[in-house]
Design a protein around this ligand. Sequence first.
Ligand code: F6R
Length: 607
Amino acid sequence: MCGIIGYAGHRPALPIIVEGLKSLEYRGYDSAGVAYAQKGRLNVVRSEGKLNVLEKKLERVNALSATCGIGHTRWATHGLPTEKNAHPHIDEEGRLALVHNGIIENYQELKAELQKEGHKFWSDTDTEVLAYLISKGCHLKDTIPEAISWALKQVDGSYAFALIDLKNPGKIWAARNSSPLLLGVGTGENFVASDIPAFLPYTREVIFLEDNQMVEMDANAWQLYDVETLNPLSKKNQHITWDLQAAQKSGYKHFMLKEIFEQPQVIRDCLAGRVDERKGTLVLPELEDMAIPKGLSIVACGTSYHAGLWAKYLIEAWAKIPVQVEIASEFRYRSLVMNKDDLILAISQSGETADTLAGIRIAKEKGVHVLGLCNVVGSSVARESDTVIYTQAGPEISVASTKAMCSQLVLMTLLAYYWGEKKGTLPKEIKEKILPGLLALPKQLKEELPMIRKKAKKLSKEYAWAKNFFYLGRGINFPLALEGALKLKEISYIHAEGYAAGEMKHGPIALIDPEFPTFALALDDFLLPKVKSNLKEVQARGGKIITLTHKGANIQEDDSWVIPRVSGPLSSFFVLPALQLFAYEMAVYLGKDVDQPRNLAKSVTVE
Ligand code: F6R
């Protein structure tokens, strides 16, 4: 997730901007930059890599008289993390400078139109397109707010941006839609930023901008507008009492919790530019040149492996492609029999996991096409795969993978749909329901998450005595059961086993007694009668059961936990946060260090 800061005040702007960017570092970034106007010139300084590289460049700059400027840390989404793609981006006339967070979904169409008009682009970013579009608006309209409003009417997607204009030094304009943006109100100075830490040393008075709101500000004043109508709006400041650490977690106690609650936004971002809301169609330009695979091997580790297992059910049912799912550390040491028409799908959040990378290399040596599905632009998986498709989930800071899995499930739902549609095998009901269902998910999940957390908290207190847990599921809920058990082990240090519910009777059921509870995924699908009969076997041995289910599924276990009824596999997007929040609340109740589980580090690269 990119970080934005804009400062208009009475002090030299650059030190404040750089300091603000440092306090946004936790959001993750791969390049950074600043822009300011001084002595009739618009100056932009950008660099690849960390902020110390930018700071080195800024040592050579004398910008003491600049009291207004913008800064940005970029988490690459469009184009590699290089200096040319770093923000700020300027318009062709060198008049406007823009920093942006989010995804302009129709940037390619807009870019093509602008190119037809003779405009030349220098970067691969959607942001540069937005800068050019606002610049065009400046020629058609009288004021910058009018130009912004005109430009934004043509833009689909999410954005939060801040803009400066050489012709109006000392002023900043900023607007948002589905990406965070705040106004920090100081005395003789005002700020815009993606998050509170950026200006916390200077002010605790904050205004949270809503979607389709724009702010115009200078050192002494600010005004909010509705982006569409340009009607002025009024809004009260909120006084923030958080310390810096709490502010970096948006007030959540842990990054894990913050990231679980980011999942509605993650779904939205993953769909951005892929599902056209108006036409109800799916586009995956990354896959256009790739043949539909005859067979698919999914290679991944840990949570990403569970996401792959989940996808197997969808891809086989919708696209009729046989799928094998392989733990990368096994795959790489087997005698592999691969077919040149097959495809290897390597899934990795970080894009740096050694076993997954080894799997990619082996497949490539054998001449099999590799599709990398990962979150980090420019990572090793991205670079080494023949084709790459990004989950667009933003950086995951918590050691436990949560929102990354959510984004992987979204993307693989799209893959299964895409191949199914291309092959003509997509079931009619799926064709009718899945894309609208996915588009409706972010809002539904956002509403539901507080309830899910409340229930997770209650159950965690009731089950904190347990030393062991079984997680059971069938069909697509089997991989989720594995994931639930993994999360409980990893975060709460409670022994947990995920099992296919039907496999219990073949041995593991011997372990069940009143001290060994079961977390059952018993959703109202065609496998429910089977799951119910497995649960009877557990009950017969005195095992206590938490049942995640749908209303009306007629479950009478010890603790039933009802989640909303949505189309088919989309239930998983409620099951997953329930499992994550249960593990999280257990860990918190048991006093575990949630963000730093022992012996684990993000981006596992050990052999
Ligand atoms: C679990 C977790 C790990 C990762 C695994 C793969 O919460 O974070 O199991 O999922 O190490 O990592 P990536 O997806 O980065 O390859």
